[in-house]
Design a binder for this molecule. Structure first.
Ligand code: IMP
Length: 202
């Protein structure tokens, strides 16, 4: 039996790009994605280090629920953790993607890959969501390769050097929000969430 579709899912994130992507992906189902900041302005959680994206997302949603479950008024909540996993670097930067982006940056990743024949990589997005009753977890993937040349201005993070396998050779940063959302790991994870709950498909 398909479940009743929620009108709103609150997304605990400080990343406007992630919010825009999730909103775009869920618009087909007329589900509004809203920032959790709309109902609770300051929520501080501890991000566990060195584990999988799934572990981080689960830990964060547990902490957020402990703090604000009463304010959700039965609405849904989601938390996402993601990263870029470069095969020739043994999956680096992976769960350290955010930190590495602010330290060596995309140019640092390019340097590490110069002269290496294998440029394959994938983004992973892990979403933990609360449906008013329990926490569930899903994961989405986007396979691609690293471009040694930074291209495009859109998106965030590693998008200027990530060329998705299912695309037309452009980096994510060269794509519109709609084009990136059609292929992104985040959308794939949201699709799993929708399937898991037996909604009409996206
Ligand atoms: P977190 O999930 O907020 O811990 O951050 C994940 C990090 O991975 C981001 O800061 C980005 O550097 C990178 N990342 C995750 N998803 C994307 C994406 O869709 N585009 C570009 N970079 C991403």
């Amino acid at each position: 039996m398909p479940r009743k579709i929620p009108e709103v899912i609150f997304f605990h994130t400080s990343n406007q790009h992630k919010l825009n992507e999730a909103s775009q992906a869920m618009s087909n189902l007329h589900i509004k994605i809203r920032s959790l900041k709309d109902i609770s302005s300051r929520i501080s959680v501890i991000e566990p280090q060195g584990e999988s994206c799934a572990h981080v997302a689960h830990s964060k949603i547990t902490q957020v629920l402990d703090l604000i479950e009463d304010k959700l008024n039965g609405n849904w909540l989601m938390v996402e953790d993601s990263g870029l996993f470069v095969n020739a670097l043994g999956g680096f930067p992976g769960v350290y993607s955010s930190y590495v982006h602010t330290t060596i940056g995309v140019k640092g990743i390019v340097k590490l890959l110069e002269g290496n024949g294998d440029k394959s990589a994938q983004y992973i997005s892990s979403i933990s969501f609360w449906d008013g009753k329990r926490i569930q977890s899903v994961e989405g993937y986007c396979k691609g390769r690293i471009s040694l040349e930074l291209k495009g201005d859109a998106g965030f993070g590693y998008d200027p050097i990530f060329i998705p396998e299912a695309g037309n050779g452009q980096t994510f940063s060269e794509m519109t929000l709609m084009e990136k959302t059609a292929l992104s790991h985040r959308t794939m994870a949201l699709k799993r969430m929708v399937e898991k709950l037996n909604f009409p498909s996206m």
